[in-house]
Ligand binder design. Sequence first.
Ligand SMILES: [Zn+2]
Length: 254
Amino acid sequence: MTRSTDNPPPLLGAHFSIAGGLEKALYTAADYGCTAAQMFTKNASTWKERDITEEETARFAVAAEKTSIREIAAHTAYLINLAAPDAEKHARSCAALGRELVRASQLAIPYVVLHPGAHMGKGENRGIASIVDSINRVVDSVRELRTRLLIETTAGQGSVLGHRFEQIAQILETVEAAEHIGACLDTCHIFAAGYDIRSAEGVAGPWTNSTGPSGFGTCFSCISTTRKRGWAAGSTATSTSAGGRSEKRAFGPL
Ligand SMILES: [Zn+2]
């Protein structure tokens, strides 16, 4: 597939597996005709860390060059909770996020998607303050940071934060390194959280509100999480399902 800078196709992608090598995610994405891809850089369900070797970095760079993938996002491990009241869990979360940012920087992945965290009963304000403070310290600790951390909207189960646009906006507005932060809009999550985006009127409400996504100013990615194969394109916030068991996430910049 050749690249065209005159009239590039719209960004459209999904989450792809890294089984067999990190670069496999890009080659698989290209096979599907995608122009964007999301991936993990480690097993997302464990605390077990991994380092990126120079060989991996080189193979990934070749894949990025060879394929049509114009934008890449790495999704962080699910166990990370920057709002965790437990000191050990919090410290572990900060360390894990730092490793995620290092890996993404080494691979020249421009975006890292993060679930903001759960306050575990300590309250929204304390939770958001912990998230902001944690991001400040982690971003500050990573040398040669070459990626941008995107805070993903959530469905808001339990004490999970990020299910209101105001919460995302508060995090984005408060962190110190604005150039290293942004938002990731998950259309499935926000629908589950109560934003009815099935119609133009439903989308217009929060989108025209200054505290909505249009007010973020730094919304780089739009994804749709589904347990079936799903696709979503840019700011149209639409998705269709065609069956299948694996979880797929599609994204593109707004
Ligand atoms: Zn996510």
